[in-house]
Every structure is written in structure tokens, then in C-alpha cells.
Design a protein around this ligand. Sequence first.
Ligand SMILES: [Zn+2]
Length: 313
Amino acid sequence: MPSPRKSSPKRAPRRDSASRTVKSGKITYPWTLHKSQGLAILQLSPFSKLPWLVHGFSTRTGGGSSLEGERVLNLGFMEWDTPENVNANRRKFQAALGAQDLTLLPLKQIHSALLRPFSDSPKEPCKGDASATNTPGLLLAIQTADCVPILLVDPQKRAVAAIHAGWRGTLSRITEKAVGRMYYEYGSKPANVLAAIGPSIGPCCYEVAADFVSKFTAQFADATDYFDEPRSGEEPNPLQWLNMMPPGHQPPAKGVHLDLRKANRSQLLAAGLRPQNIFVTDLCTGCRGDLFFSYRKEGPFSGRLMSVVAMRT
Ligand SMILES: [Zn+2]
């Protein structure tokens, strides 16, 4: 059978500027994309190897919600979507993970440093930005669209936690506190805890006001590492050529770029996790609009991603 399309013998020319952009968009080991039931779920191999564990970071692929003509897996109750769609998407997400029989425990997220330990299912979603459990069957869930989702697993004591870390939560040390709370609640030694820092907005796309530098340096000894060079706004913007927009089509950078992943990784290290037990994906929700939702890029008409972790019953 003749091929309907001629294959080109030429390789696509290497574009250095583009490859630097794409660097924050590739899925590389130990991260894998698990495809099931029309969905694509990001997973971490060291977690997948634990037979008693369920985990996953959702993507926008598949699902029954319609966002500007695209079918998406929106997992948060948004004004533009119906509760029926969201609930159906959540069931589909759980089924794709083989977690349909587990109890989904989302939080009412409020950008706090509040962690909820669960030993059974509450009647109503609790307010908070992190949850933890050592009870099998409870599927801890965090919703994000740019903020940093973090899953913690202690294979020794068999306890898990899920964290939502935006800039406010990061500034109030939610991640460091969550590790301490796992020790308090379950006896989890930080040196045994594994951490997965999931897809979030990268420093490439996360420009913040210049006063964020002093906000963070007042709290963290290494905070200057979380920012790129503070700029006055007079200098040419390096992003202008990185994303190949023609000159004049993008305003010059006024603020600084904040790396929330680095800030949260630093908190995990400060809490006593081993560097080799911390896994960070550099997938950027801003750069990879094909895979993820981004509030910064899409505004109120963006969906919500969900990051989940549980012990099987
Ligand atoms: Zn980006």
C-alpha cells in the first residue's frame, strides 16, 4: 500500500532557541506518561514500583468537558463547566488509575499552610492545602493550574501526603511543615520519604513583582537562588527570542521570574529529605498548554489538574 504521505528524508532543522524552550516540556525518565481509557496521566517510576501505592498527575487530555471546542479532563468545579462533567471526569480519572473503589478526598484550597490528616472520609471537603494519611483507601487529591503539586510517600511507615504549594503556601513553608507533620502523625523519618514535585508553572513563565524577592529573602537563606536576575525593565527581554515572538510584540520584563519548584525542593531538603529521593519534573504548565491547564495562560477559562496519592486497600 502506498503511503498517503511522502515521508521526508530530511530531518527537521535543529532550532537551538526552540530546543531551549522545549527543555521545560519533555517527559523524561523517571517520569512516564501512562495512557489509559483515553487519558494520559503523568507518573513517577519510583512510585509506580510500589505495588500498594496509587498515584498520578492528571493532564488535560481526554475527558468530557468542552473548553472552546476542545474535549478536556477538567477535574475542578469551574463556572464554565457543569458539576456532572466534573464528577464524570473524576470517575474516569480514578478508573484510569485503577482507583475507582477509593474515596477521593479533595480539599477546599485556600493558599494556607494548613495540613489535614485523614483517618476516614469527612462528610464535606475540609479547608486546607495539604493532606496526609496512613489509612488505605483514601485518595488524597490536590487541584492546581500552575501552582506546585507535591506528593510525599513514606515506604517504611506506609504513609502519604499531598501538597498544594502556590507562592503563598511556599512562603509559609507548607512543604517543610508537611514533612514534619508526617513524622508527628505517622513516625515517618524524613530520610525515608520520597517526594514527587509535579507539573507547575516554570520560572520561564512565572513573572512576579520585584518585591517578591524581599518577601522570600526575609524567609529563606537561599531565596536569591529562586529568582533570576532582577531587571529594571530597560534591558532586552531574553524571552523575546526564546519564544520567537517578533520584536515589539511583547512588553519588556518588568519583574522577576520565580522558580517555585526550586523553593519547594529546598524546603524538602531543609526538612531532611535526601536529594536522591526528590524528583522534580520541569514540565511547565505555561509552556505545555497542549498537556496542562494554566491559569496564567488561560485565565478563568482554564480547567483544573488533579494530583492524587493513596494506599490501596
Ligand atoms: Zn514555561
